[in-house]
Design a protein around this ligand. Sequence first.
Ligand SMILES: Nc1nc2c(ncn2[C@@H]2O[C@H](COP(=O)(O)OP(=O)(O)OP(=O)(O)O)[C@@H](O)[C@H]2O)c(=O)[nH]1
Ligand SMILES: [Zn+2]
Length: 198
Amino acid sequence: MSEEPVLHGPPVDQARIEKAVREILIAVGEDPDRDGLLDTPARVARAYAEQFAGLRQEPEDVLTTVFDADHDEMVLVKDIEVYSTCEHHLVPFHGVAHVGYTPNARGQITGLSKLARLVDMYARRPQVQERMTSQIADALMNTLKPRGVIVVIEAEHLCMTMRGVRKPGARTVTSAVRGDFRESPSTRAEAMSLILGR
Ligand SMILES: Nc1nc2c(ncn2[C@@H]2O[C@H](COP(=O)(O)OP(=O)(O)OP(=O)(O)O)[C@@H](O)[C@H]2O)c(=O)[nH]1
Ligand SMILES: [Zn+2]
């Protein structure tokens, strides 16, 4: 489905972002009134409204479809492309997320796309990778009540590549395991081998 996401709370204050971006341009020694930069503050405001839309969404807005199915074994969606914004430098980090769960005894499952939507929702906030990983796992546990959840995110942080320590290619891997993935080493090992077996 391509429906517009439900957003809660006041809309992004675009005028305020525009004012701030103009100030930043002046502060770095640019002329915000030159031709190429005239529309930049408004563009950044629109881009931020999109990049941070997840601040005004909750998991229930995204995990809208729950089916009863006769399947109570692992479901895993691999290689969900993820773009987020590092909350320390406001530059992107990007990579892939792998999200798996074991349905509960009733065999309750959700639409596969909803797992990717959940990743997107948390990615569209100022983030650190560790928190985003746990938030996705906890949201799935709370809404779908599965027997367990595993979330693994592999990402490259532009704050580590384009600036600062400058280590292009360094990838950060984070994982969050809940329920049977935490308790049972064999369940976790099965998921990890499916995730790593490309
Ligand atoms: N744990 C964690 N750290 C992150 C993430 N994104 C960025 N960082 C780190 O946040 C840290 C911020 O460190 P500071 O020393 O406060 O900032 P800084 O002077 O800009 O640090 P450098 O990046 O080392 O130049 C850096 O080490 C970043 O690599 C993330 O998702 N998780
Ligand atoms: Zn950063």
